[in-house]
Design a protein around this ligand. Structure first.
Ligand SMILES: CC(C)(COP(=O)(O)OP(=O)(O)OC[C@H]1O[C@@H](n2cnc3c(N)ncnc32)[C@H](O)[C@@H]1OP(=O)(O)O)[C@@H](O)C(=O)NCCC(=O)NCCS
Length: 150
């Protein structure tokens, strides 16, 4: 069985239902409103999918936060397919596409306790750029990567 990675070319409104189903499988205790309330207001959304036999099994969703800054907001892989390089491939494709489309930086925020995501980001060239305790008392690490040399 092969997993293919591709960019979503439709609207986010069309993607909402399958994306919500995927979020529920990827994240523990996912709040539907967290996704659905924000989807309509994302500027220049950039959605990458890992698809297995037509089923959405992984994703990476970013959006524009400045003329040269892509914010990578949410992403994950179905638990049954972890550890096979799928998140790495989604990230590689996201970054290559962003660099080719004029972005110079990509930024992301992750709970400090989420070692898999923080390590994955470090392996792809992110640096730690900040630390905060969010409004819910949760420690958050900001990571940032320069996409183009110079
Ligand atoms: C983080 C996550 C996306 C990684 O997905 P994945 O497809 O299993 O990751 P990959 O197989 O591409 O791993 C790539 C690299 O990331 C790092 N990594 C991945 N999982 C890891 C783990 N459990 N512990 C430590 N490092 C890990 C490793 O460096 C790995 O490379 P290696 O296998 O050569 O050592 C996945 O665990 C996930 O979906 N987690 C839940 C969702 C989430 O937390 N998303 C982030 C917040 S939005």
């Amino acid at each position: 069985m092969t997993v293919e990675v591709a960019r979503w070319n439709g609207s986010l409104a069309e993607a909402a239902d399958p994306l919500l189903a995927l979020c529920r499988s990827v994240f523990d205790d996912f709040s539907d409103a967290y996704l659905l309330d924000r989807l309509p207001s994302l500027s220049d959304p950039d959605l990458w999918l890992a698809v297995e036999d037509g089923a959405w099994r992984g994703f990476k969703l970013g959006y524009r936060r400045g003329p040269h800054l892509l914010y990578s907001w949410l992403g994950g892989v179905d638990p049954s397919l972890r550890g096979q390089g799928i998140a790495s491939e989604l990230m590689r494709r996201q970054h290559d596409h962003a660099a080719a489309n004029g972005y110079r930086f990509v930024e992301t925020r992750t709970r400090a306790a989420n070692n898999p995501m923080i390590v994955l980001n470090l392996r792809h060239g992110f640096h730690v750029a900040g630390f905060e305790i969010d409004s819910g008392g949760i420690p958050i690490v900001t990571q940032r990567k320069k996409l183009v040399a110079g």
